[in-house]
Design a protein around this ligand. Structure first.
Ligand SMILES: Cc1cc2nc3c(=O)[nH]c(=O)nc-3n(C[C@H](O)[C@H](O)[C@H](O)COP(=O)(O)OP(=O)(O)OC[C@H]3O[C@@H](n4cnc5c(N)ncnc54)[C@H](O)[C@@H]3O)c2cc1C
Length: 425
């Protein structure tokens, strides 16, 4: 990999997401050599992926080159590499571009879509976890309307204009809200010769409420907002199969659709070599202690979505969200330096900053520790927080300008089929 050995200890970080970047920033001015590897050369701001899928933003405004984030740090190396295996005997990582030894290893590989073992759903549904997947969804949505315009078969046309989203978490809710706004404000103008009122948006949720991780108040209000936008919410219904045409459920309900979006869950993106039952716990996450050390190791750590840090408040591990990932990355930066200096490490304490979701124009729900609010003000808070956490001044400006433009013009300009999506048959 052409990375020189220096007198500094080498810290290898797998993953340039929220956790990996926060850690690299903390370490990069210190007396350690930092090698960050990611299979993409950019950091993805996942909370805004749904806006790429629905033409609200171009992908380059929510992605940022990893090299640029860390360009000023002298002991930092980035390698575009897919880590295939961790050799715990020889303390090295095995990647598609070669092998590299580490003194300390930090796994920050995040999570991947969880299909709960249903290979048919995995094959035919659309996921929204990466930028390429979001672009595929954007293309498919637009291609469906182009096809709907051409067919004279009414059932086929309805299926093309039917969108089924599985999972009523923030991703499903935000996507459904955006699709409902497209149906209302954009489709009638783009397709005047198609009866776009027939377009249907469904959310299927296996439990009895949407936004389950948020307060009851937020959940009810989000449901109310979605229903006003014309979204159909099916609660206590579990999707059991999808053959590319029909969605089957554990009830009598079935849905004919050309687009099934799977937003029903994620699981840790574990890597071979560190995937034994001893370390891997519920949700395919690596069990870590309060210092983020993977169970049984002093020099191997996990942070962010991949790490399951269990405490009395979170018996199933901290939530798979951006804040725990950022906070763990920062804290591990301090702890690694303390470990190297042979000082005691400090236990991680999660500062819960709350949760939020937007349903659409002027509609959002925000749960802070001592204050829960919904509506227009919540929507402004949602926008401010997302702008604040985006990486890069240019990205913040571009997103801000796009949002103002979309708000004033009731538009979403990026409805482009740049890379056509080929459906699997
Ligand atoms: C659609 C969507 C919406 C979301 N909305 C919100 C929200 O509103 N608020 C919120 O707090 N959270 C939200 N989340 C969750 C949040 O994005 C994650 O919790 C957060 O990204 C976790 O950070 P991470 O650093 O652990 O992992 P990630 O940000 O996922 O980064 C992992 C990185 O590791 C890389 N990687 C993985 N495996 C390998 C490998 N083998 N070799 C090399 N590189 C690898 C990946 O390419 C990626 O860059 C959302 C997630 C999604 C998908």
């Amino acid at each position: 990999m052409n990375i020189p050995r220096t007198s500094f200890p080498r810290v290898v970080i797998i993953g340039g997401g929220f956790a990996g970047i926060a850690l690299a920033k903390k370490l990069s001015k210190q007396e350690v050599q930092v090698v960050l590897m990611d299979k993409h050369n950019y950091h993805t701001f996942q909370p805004l992926l749904y806006q790429v899928s629905t033409g609200g933003l171009e992908p380059d405004s929510i992605a940022y080159p990893i090299r640029k984030i860390l360009k000023d740090f002298p002991n930092f190396y980035f390698r575009l590499a897919h880590v295939k295996e961790i050799d715990i005997e020889k303390n090295r990582v095995i990647t598609d571009i070669g092998k590299l030894k580490f003194d300390y290893l930090v796994i920050a590989s995040g999570s991947e879509t969880n299909y709960f073992g249903n290979s048919e759903i995995e094959k035919y549904s659309m996921a929204m976890k990466t930028i390429p997947q979001s672009l595929n969804l954007r293309s498919l949505i637009l291609e469906n309307f182009e096809e709907a315009l051409l067919t004279s078969d009414l059932n086929e046309r309805n299926a093309l204009m039917n969108f089924v989203i599985v999972g009523g978490g923030p991703t499903g809710v935000e996507l459904a809200g955006a699709l409902a706004e497209i149906k209302k404000g954009i489709l009638p103008k783009d397709y005047p010769d198609l009866d776009t009122r027939l377009a249907q948006i469904h959310i299927i949720q296996s439990s009895d409420c949407i936004l389950k991780g948020m307060s009851e108040q937020a959940s009810k209000k989000a449901e109310d907002f979605l229903e006003k936008l014309g979204v159909n919410i099916w609660k206590n219904v579990r999707v059991t199969g999808y053959d590319g045409k029909t969605v089957s459920t554990n009830t009598d309900l079935t849905f004919e659709t050309a687009t099934l979006v799977w937003a029903a869950g994620v699981k840790g993106a574990t890597i071979k070599g560190l995937d034994a039952d001893t370390f891997v716990t519920k949700g395919n996450r690596l069990l870590v202690n309060e210092f983020n050390q993977v169970k049984g190791f002093n020099h191997i750590f996990a942070i962010g979505d991949i790490a399951s840090m269990v405490n009395h408040e979170f018996p199933e591990g901290l939530p798979m969200m951006a804040q725990p990932a950022i906070q763990q990355g920062k804290q591990l930066g301090d702890n690694l330096l303390r470990l190297i200096d042979e000082k005691p490490m400090r236990a991680f304490v999660y500062k819960d900053k709350g949760a939020m979701a937007t349903i659409g124009r002027n509609k959002a729900v925000v749960d802070l520790k001592n204050w829960k609010f919904q509506g227009v003000f919540a929507w402004f808070v949602w926008m401010f927080v997302h702008l604040f956490f985006l990486i890069g001044f240019r990205n913040r400006m571009v997103v801000f300008v796009n949002w103002v433009y979309n708000y004033v013009r009731f538009d979403r300009e990026a409805r482009l089929i740049i890379r056509p999506f080929k459906k699997k048959l």
